[in-house]
Ligand binder design. Structure first.
Ligand SMILES: O=C(O)C1=C[C@@H](OP(=O)(O)O)[C@@H](O)[C@H](O)C1
Ligand SMILES: C=C(OP(=O)(O)O)C(=O)O
Length: 449
């Protein structure tokens, strides 16, 4: 099935921004690891938070979905009811954290995932867990998922991790470290990419009462054996999800209001707000009203702009879509980590936008795709079929890029919005975007959204 999306000539209205996926996933973890009842208000309900809930239920947590909040009966240190096979589907965060947590167990546990997940890099995490005493093996070899953890427990000690593959390795060890027999030290080699995600992890742990110390540059950590405390957490807006609505608002002159936006986020992707301001778009937070108003004057998106994406990896595809309409150039660097995400995101966006006639060039650093330069235009012919490369963020970014083309485009992967932004098509339908499901051979059509 492909989704055919008609272009629009204006974008305005009021939209609802989903809650944060990383914040919800972290709060599910701390609630599970604490003894007693924790509540997560304004939690995000989507496939990847569902995957986290199911994985945590495998550890014995009781998680109930109430109206507007989750209620979690945590398991504390005694994770005695563990299921022997834990499914992380396509979620890198779930696989990595659950693999680390399973290392604490005294019974064998298999952690597995879908085909995308089984392709992702896991070796540095497995090596670090082995250095801390875990007896962990990749079932198919190559140190990838699925893995079996033989249940020898986690002793503690010192481990080393690279900083330029995924911040989730650091996050995974940090979540498991308080449950090890002794103190855990983590040393990171090289620069830490995606530091805001590590800071979100440190904030979650500290709020849950964990004794963790981190150096200023996030390259050294010390965690003492300690217990997670139950707490109530309120999650805020997700800036990666907001970036698609904001980018669409930046493509058309006019006013757009995003609701359920609270400001003061720890998410690196909140950089989308200052980036758009630099591009000439006016954005004003109304904290009392929990909203963000976007006023896009005619003549924005003109000039030569540079963005360092080292701390906002998930908006790299959104920036490529936006760049397609920057009259001048948008140069993005520091996105090297995205080659290890669900798809190699820089190559994916460059290939698909090139197919649509966009002038985009991949920028390499040390031989790996690290960013791109887009020299945008006012519009493009459209009428092409674009692939999501099996990645929800590529679909959502290409969808936005297509809105200002002259003819409808067709996209694969629309069903994957359920991973992080289940109401994506409804929100865009609210702006008058017409999306129709079509067979690959254009045999029949069916309205969506
Ligand atoms: O900890 C997290 O919740 C995440 C960390 C980041 O991973 P990388 O450091 O691999 O980019 C981010 O891209 C991912 O979407 C979510
Ligand atoms: C990369 C993502 O998630 P994860 O790494 O957890 O699979 C994402 O949400 O785009």
């Amino acid at each position: 099935m492909l989704l055919q999306v008609d272009p629009i000539d204006s974008f305005s209205g009021t939209f609802r921004v989903p809650s944060s996926k990383p914040e919800t996933q972290r709060a599910i973890l701390t609630g599970t690891l604490a003894e007693g009842t924790s509540r997560i208000y304004n939690d995000l309900r989507c496939d990847e938070t569902e995957t986290m809930k199911n994985a945590c239920r495998a550890f014995g947590a009781k998680i109930a979905e109430r109206d507007g909040f989750l209620e979690i009966q945590g398991v504390g240190r005694s994770q005695s009811h563990i299921r022997r096979v834990i499914q992380s589907r396509g979620s890198g965060l779930v696989f990595r954290v659950v693999t680390a947590l399973a290392s604490v167990q005294r019974t064998p546990v298999v952690v597995t995932g879908d085909a995308t997940l089984r392709n992702r890099v896991m070796e540095p995490l497995l090596q670090a867990l082995r250095a801390l005493g875990a007896d962990i093996e990749s079932i198919v070899g190559a140190n990838k998922a699925p893995v079996v953890n033989w249940g020898r427990g986690l002793r503690g000690g010192t481990c080393r991790l690279p900083g330029d593959i995924s911040s989730q390795f650091i996050t995974a060890i940090l979540f498991a470290a308080p449950l090890a027999e002794g103190p855990v030290e983590i040393e990171v080699t090289g620069e830490v990419y995606s530091p805001s995600y590590v800071r979100q992890t440190l904030a979650s742990l500290t709020a849950a009462g964990i004794k963790v110390a981190a150096s200023e540059d996030l390259r050294h950590y010390q965690v003492e054996p300690s217990s997670y405390q139950a707490q109530d957490v309120t999650t805020r807006e997700d800036y990666t999800s907001a970036s698609y609505l904001l980018a669409a608002a930046a493509l058309f002159p006019g006013r757009t209001v995003l609701r359920r936006v609270y400001g003061d986020s720890m998410q690196g992707e909140s950089a989308i707000v200052p980036i758009l301001r630099r591009l000439g778009v006016s954005l004003a937070f109304d904290r009392a009203g929990s909203s963000l108003t976007v006023d896009n004057p005619p003549g924005s998106l003109r000039g030569a702009f540079e963005v360092d994406a080292r701390d906002c990896p998930n908006i790299v595809p959104t920036l490529a879509a936006l760049g397609a309409y920057v009259r001048g150039s948008l140069r993005v660097t520091g996105g090297r980590l995205t080659r290890f995400h669900k798809a190699p995101r820089i190559e994916a966006m460059a290939a698909e936008l090139t197919r649509a006639g966009v002038d985009i060039e991949v920028l390499y650093d040390d031989g790996v795709p690290d960013g791109f330069e887009v020299r945008g235009a006012g519009t493009y012919p459209g009428g092409v079929t674009l692939s999501s490369w099996g990645d929800h963020r590529i679909f959502m970014s290409l969808f936005v890029a297509g809105l200002r083309m002259r003819s409808a485009n067709r996209f694969s992967g629309s069903e994957d919005v359920r991973l992080s932004f289940p109401t994506f098509l409804e929100e865009f339908a609210g702006a008058g975007v017409r999306a129709t499901a079509v067979e690959e051979e254009n045999a029949s059509t069916e309205a969506v959204g």
